[in-house]
Design a protein around this ligand. Structure first.
Ligand code: PLP
Length: 400
């Protein structure tokens, strides 16, 4: 009898985590490696948020809380949704989880029956298809190429919907492309959803605060409030407040779904950390200036990275609206041989050679279901980014 359950064969380990671990091991072995593979802000958590956590510890807020989160944090999330997007959620329509990832897990595992389909526009974040598969659902991948700005059209959505479609999973702005939908673009999606009342929509807005050149990503319910009874609006503190380690994700959804997610969470992790919840209240309701400071830095880095990558022979890099990633097309390098003698046949060959020959860790596009590309996270210092892009330029220029 096998020890490991069959259900685990349906999923793969996270390739972004694997690449980050490989880069870390090379670094530990004394190699000069610049890590651009991890989706983690390089900023420290804002001072006021840390102070709120320390105060919570001193007050003794170190015990279990309600599984779905403290009443105070659920209320703060309602205020956040109202202030930022004009959405009216009540505290009982909110759940707090251990990161945005657990919100996704809760919602999908609580709702997907074997054979149910979830439409996922690609390039997509690595975890969506795996969580759908773990829940015995079928991911339906819709390819949205660089020429379409990496965005799904209403026609593509219409063509992907079947009687078995349970979810559309939208990520706005998107990891790995940084592409984001504004209200007008989203309306084309919501118009299609209005025609198919059996389809629910999960909108992962975790990069909402990181947008550039005045771009305003919209969220589904801002654009089409009539979808309220079949929408999950997900967000969290990890990216906007540089709080990845605190593990705070949250969502607004109809009460019957929140109750189902609460039930699942109650038999797995229970509440997320009480101290993190106290910190999240301060993050969401305290001064918001730190977001703007970080956003400006990301914008400057994005501009530099896009410009430098477009000077690398064989690379074509789109200028994204948000998040902290670029997803350049590397197909111009396919068929060539690197200075180190490696023939590049795939995006994975490219990222491995890039790491081994010039010490730059990125993630290949196939990990995001879009081969022919690679992802760079620019959530790292300007100096490291400049050096990494210079190495990529030389690496590409050295190919024959
Ligand atoms: N959604 C997307 C698109 C992400 O990129 C990430 C993290 O990389 C998450 C959700 C998960 O965030 P958290 O760290 O809060 O679980």
């Amino acid at each position: 009898m096998n020890l490991i359950a069959d259900r685990l064969n349906r999923i793969s380990p996270s390739l972004t985590i694997a690449m980050t671990a490989k880069a870390r091991a090379l670094k530990a072995a004394g190699k000069d490696v610049i890590g651009l593979s991890s989706g983690e802000p390089d900023f420290d958590t804002p001072r006021n948020v840390k102070d709120a956590a320390i105060a919570a510890i001193e007050r003794g807020e170190t015990k279990y809380t309600d599984v779905a989160g403290t009443p105070a944090l659920r209320k703060a999330v309602c205020e956040k949704f109202k202030r930022d997007s004009g959405l009216d959620y009540k505290p009982e329509e909110i759940i707090i989880a251990t990161g945005g990832k657990q919100v996704i897990f809760d919602a999908l595992v609580a709702t997907i029956n074997p054979g149910d389909e979830a439409i996922i526009p690609a390039p997509c974040w690595v975890s969506y298809p795996d969580i759908v598969q773990l829940a015995e659902g079928t991911p339906v991948i819709v390819q949205c190429g660089q020429n379409a700005g990496f965005k799904m059209t209403g026609e593509q959505l219409e063509a992907a919907i079947t009687p078995k479609t349970k979810w559309l999973i939208l990520n706005n702005p998107c990891n790995p492309t940084g592409a984001a939908y504004n209200a007008e673009e989203l309306k084309k999606i919501t118009d299609v959803l209005m025609k198919h009342p059996h389809v629910w929509v999960f909108t992962d807005d975790i990069y909402e605060k990181l947008n550039y050149d005045g771009f305003k990503p919209a969220t589904i319910l801002e654009v089409e409030p009539r979808l309220r009874d079949r929408t999950v609006t997900m967000n969290g503190c990890s990216k906007a407040y540089a709080m990845t380690g605190w593990r705070i994700g949250f969502a607004g959804a109809p009460v019957h779904l929140i109750k189902a997610m609460d039930k699942l969470q109650g038999q797995s992790t229970s509440n997320t950390s009480s101290v993190s919840q106290a910190a999240a209240i301060e993050a969401l309701t305290g001064p918001q200036e730190s977001i703007e400071e970080m956003r400006k830095v990301y914008e400057r880095r994005r501009n530099m990275v896009v410009e430098m990558l477009n000077q690398a022979p064989g690379i074509r890099c789109h200028k994204p609206e948000g998040a902290f990633y670029v997803f350049p097309d590397m197909r111009g390098c396919i068929g060539k041989t690197t200075a180190g003698g490696k023939k590049i046949e795939t995006d994975e060959d490219f990222t491995i050679a890039l790491l081994e020959e010039v010490g730059v860790a990125t993630v290949h596009g196939a990990a995001f279901l879009s081969p022919g590309h690679f992802r760079i996270s620019y959530a790292t210092s300007d100096e490291a980014l400049r050096e990494a892009c210079t190495r990529i330029q030389k690496f590409c220029a050295g190919m024959k």
